[in-house]
Design a protein around this ligand. Sequence first.
Ligand code: PEP
Ligand code: MG
Length: 782
Amino acid sequence: MLATLRRIVLDFSQETELQSALERMVTQVKSAMNTDCCSIYLADYHYQHFVLMASDGLAINSLGKTCIGFSEGLVGLVGQREEPLNIANAQEHQDYIHAPEVQEDDLNAFLGTPIIHQRKVLGILTIQQEQARHFSETEEAFVVTLSAQLASALANAEVRNLISSQQDHIQQNKQLQGIAGSSGIAMSQIVVCQPQADLSTVSLKKVTNLAAQHERIAQAIDKTRNDFTLLSEKLASIVKDETLAIFDVYQQMLAQVGIGQEISDKINLGWRADSALKMVIEHYISQFKAIDDAYLQERASDVQDLGNRLLFNLRQQEQQSRALPKEFILLAKDVTASMLAEYQHKGLQGIISLSGSNNSHAAILARSLGLPAIMGVNALAFVQLDSQQAIVDGYSGELFINPDETLVQEYQYLISQEQALTEKVMKVANLPCITTDGRAIEILLNAGLSEGFEHSGNLGALSIGLYRTEIPFMDRSCFPSEQEQTQLYRRVLNAFPKHAVTMRTLDVGGDKSLPYFPITEDNPFLGWRGIRITLDHPEIFLVQIRAMLRANQGIGNLEIMLPMISNIEEVDEATRLINQAYFELKAELKTQLLEELVKDLYDKDLSIELEHKAEAISQQLMKPRVGIMLEVPSVIFQLPELAKRVDFFSVGSNDLTQYLLAVDRNNSQVANLYDSFHPAVLRALYAIAQESAQLLVPISLCGELASTPAGALLLLAMGYDKLSMNSHNVPRIKWVIRHVSFEQAQDILSHTLTLSSTNDVHDYLNEQLETLGLGGFIRAGY
Ligand code: PEP
Ligand code: MG
């Protein structure tokens, strides 16, 4: 049963058109359950009714036409009760309503289950049978499980659009709902980027230009064969002969009589090259998997690998020959930092990521680039969105495909409002960040996710409050050398030579992985991450610290910050390693200087004087201040012990929120629960600020909360006098703070701390911002 269920769900999610997916699914369910009828109704909230969308058993003429009110009939009852309804004889039930057009007079047994996504009923799946009987518990469990699995695939507004077109409503704006990842509005053409070749994401399509398809696959095969030859030559001196044999197997499979011929046959039937490739490879995989031999079953993954490589080369041709439009919105399954780096200066206007949530690092990066972004969009057949016109509303998370003229005008107005706001705030960029009654705070920059921090000074940031070092480690094929790191860090320290620059040691793990250091865990955010990895690998940590110290030589503005600290021992161990690196480097430097000086001198009697001189020069290697991030809740309760060990604290509100609320910041499924304005988070932040003040430890905050207008006001009132944020928001937050008095901020904080729900906090803060004349910062056009 499990295999059948998986098959149905997989087929459903791979179908390119929702209507055909529904039709195929009802037929499969009817046959799997050996029953007489299976139907699916989808909810239309506009009209408050369910529409019969697909059925194998009911009259075809009624599809798309029969509607049942939310409080009518058995289907309505299932929706209202939000639970399965299993009745032996539907026609005798008091809620049964007779709809002659569906022709169900012979059907007696009825089993209906709601399809619910994030507490919202999206539709009803029904099973009917002539024989009057209760469906068994196993049958009921099957339908309930299936409905639960279908829910997320159905959970987007494509459904609404589908219903609309079936009912001939006038509604052109196809709307998909995602999570607001970065505020702002983008209006442009979509470019789909598929960096990872994965055959399972290919949707089957037919075309007419068969010659071009033959040409494409032939080129991809040639390229793949060359790749294998090169790869096996490269590896020949490193790996054993048996390992290399796999390349021979691949080469044989690629020979024209093998897979290549089969793909050509499929193309002759009208399939696109990638569709043909998918069909042939999947056929091979299923054949290998069916063989009762563990070794041969394993080969299925080799075939898959080969298929993905071929697909990669097919795609490469497309990417290379593709001319990007002047302006575009990037859509990818998983938007990565390197994608943004690649497209940033090529007309990129906005981002749509199918995975991730509002505090994934991709969203944080989008915010720092000032690009509107929508995360976690559940779009079936997203490849079809390529080249479509779209509006990305980064405030609400709405994505409109092919918007009509009225909507375009509405959004054009909002864009103009946004531009006006940007121009307005730039006027204060180079003024001090000070409240109307004279309270000053420092606005610092979160850097490292993208290049360009040197220019961010123009936006008014005093220095860098958080330099994330992991991105330079990510975009490579091995760890960077000490020399490479030194050069990079020196550039960063030199960007703000007169102020302290806070560099964080490597914080990989969670949603940041290194291609050459893969970590596979069930719970990555609770696993091997940040300081836990670097303490387990002192060789990586020491090289990074040495590079930071060397970069700091002669500048002296480095501060080192340790991420993900959860106990005292980690701080002690990291401090020991930092000291070790410092003293080793100092000794090395001294020896090196002495040798250089001695080389130039003939008179050995001057050696004592020289030693003094070398000592003085090596003093240039300064010992930096060391601080920790407060982002794991345990440290809130150990601040006095930590205060004795470090020079400063910086709150990482992104992770603190995730760990306090037990909500994965990268999971769109629970995005509605992730909120740094949750009363518990705000109270924790307040307690941290108060205790740090008593302990006389400087405190800053470098999470995303600092770059929200309401967050910045609350933090100011709590006593955080350094806020570090993405460059885009620096002038905005400056503007906000310069238009409020410290007293007003304190009043707002006092009332906020009495509120007990996140919604109440948001309502109250939005109201206050509007009263202060800062409504335009909540959403353009307010
Ligand atoms: C944080 O957790 O708040 C933080 C600033 O670090 P990151 O977002 O890189 O985890
Ligand atoms: Mg963090």
